[in-house]
Ligand binder design. Sequence first.
Ligand code: ZN
Length: 87
Amino acid sequence: MEALDGNAIAGLLLDVFGAEMTTAVAICASCGARGPVAETLVYLEAPGTIVRCRTCTAVLMVLVEIRATTCVDVRGLEELSPMRAAP
Ligand SMILES: [Zn+2]
């Protein structure tokens, strides 16, 4: 399956977190890589959306819609900070 990037789920993340998340900094719990959510690998797989680390491909987030509510599993993230990366 072809990977998309974090921009593909910008609207979904906005719904879930109530904030623009593509510029949020995600830190991978597996390898420690950090970068904006926009640069993660995104796989749109029914019935959910899988977000993977671009460096080590570990799963960072899983978003699954259950009865019109989007459930988010962020156990693969060391940190998700809704702030822009420092220049
Ligand atoms: Zn990683």
